[in-house]
Design a protein around this ligand. Structure first.
Ligand code: 3HC
Length: 285
């Protein structure tokens, strides 16, 4: 099926980044938030990215106008009725996602695809509350969504071949490279990345090296753009903890168990870059 109209639920970092590239790639794009303040923040982030790209000479003023013309925010889910594809990017809470998918299924035209940007929750649990299991899948973007080249297409035991092919074409049209993963916790990338970050926390917890030296080690020793602690702060400690818990629940192996320090940091309100407090005091940096 041909995708022309896209809806994005959630205007946070991931949702606004996805909406930005969707509008840039020619899709009529609406982004939904739960209140005016969050909606304004998300819309400003998208407009801000286009101003930044224009300021750097990467896009023309005409392009900024075109992109803005294809993008708008809304607080009303009913506006999603005519969408061909809806991408969910709300918080990592399965109950909330299931309730959203139920409402989307009742609102959005029956042929449309409904996909989730979850990092690690089972897609089938969202598909199961809909009457279109074959047209539900995961479409997992990486942070920052406008920059990172990968998209994981997560195929459940019910997702049809046609859905996978449509999503593959959609991802390519955004300038991304898609890979297909089964609907198992962590998919491909987080199944490898989360235990790596958890191991770095354990090294630090056990006093084997400083945060800075671990980060420098991985950047200069392996050529990674960020060390594990910089990446933890960047991705979000809460997001990492949820992903680790989801993977550990499916694979109860100590490698995937969230270290106590990570749990305590999240309990204390240290979420990383998103609220300025993490492994590094980002406000002070
Ligand atoms: N739209 C378009 N382009 C943008 C943009 C936007 N919204 N925001 C930034 N850019 C562009 C900039 O213009 C810049 O382009 P230029 O190099 O041509 O000028 C480029 O992106 C890089 O931006 P910056 O110069 O601001 O920053 P850095 O060069 O320091 O790179 C980084 C930042 C891309 C984040 C890099 O450090 C990096 O790749 N880090 C690793 C990120 C990573 O691993 N992400 C995956 C996390 S895991 C995940 O998301 C999964 C989840 O489920 C947990």
């Amino acid at each position: 099926m041909a995708i022309k109209k896209v809806g994005v639920v959630g205007g946070g970092l991931m949702g606004s980044g996805i909406a930005q590239i969707s509008a840039q790639s020619g899709y009529d794009t609406i982004m939904l938030e739960v209140n005016q303040e969050l909606l304004d923040k998300g819309v400003d982030r998208v407009h801000g990215a286009w101003s930044m790209l224009h300021g750097k000479g990467k896009i023309t003023e005409e392009q900024v106008g075109e992109y803005r013309g294809r993008f708008r925010g809304t607080l009303d889910l009913a506006e999603f009725a005519d969408r061909d594809l809806v991408i969910e990017a709300i918080i990592e809470n399965l109950d909330q996602k299931r309730s959203l998918f139920e409402r989307l299924d009742a609102t959005v035209q029956p042929d449309a695809l409904l996909v989730s940007n979850t990092s690690s929750l089972p897609i089938i649990e969202m598909a199961a509350v809909t009457k279109r299991q074959g047209r539900v899948a995961g479409l997992h973007f990486f942070n920052p969504a406008p920059v990172m080249k990968l998209v994981e297409i997560v195929r459940t035991i019910s997702t049809t071949d046609e859905t996978v092919e449509t999503l593959r074409d959609f991802a390519r049209s955004l300038g991304k490279t898609p890979i297909v993963a089964k609907d198992t916790a962590g998919f491909v990338v987080n199944f490898l990345l989360i235990p790596y970050m958890l191991s770095a926390i354990r090294m630090y917890e056990h006093g084997l090296a400083s945060r800075e030296d671990i980060d420098t080690g991985m950047k200069l020793g392996c050529g990674y753009p960020m060390g594990p602690f910089e990446l933890l702060d960047y991705v979000g400690l809460d997001t990492t903890l949820y992903a680790a818990e989801a993977i550990y629940a499916e694979y109860p192996d100590p490698t995937y168990a969230p270290p106590t320090l990570l749990r305590r940091m999240v309990q204390s309100g240290r979420y990383g870059k998103k609220n300025g407090r993490g492994f590094y005091n980002l406000d002070e940096r």
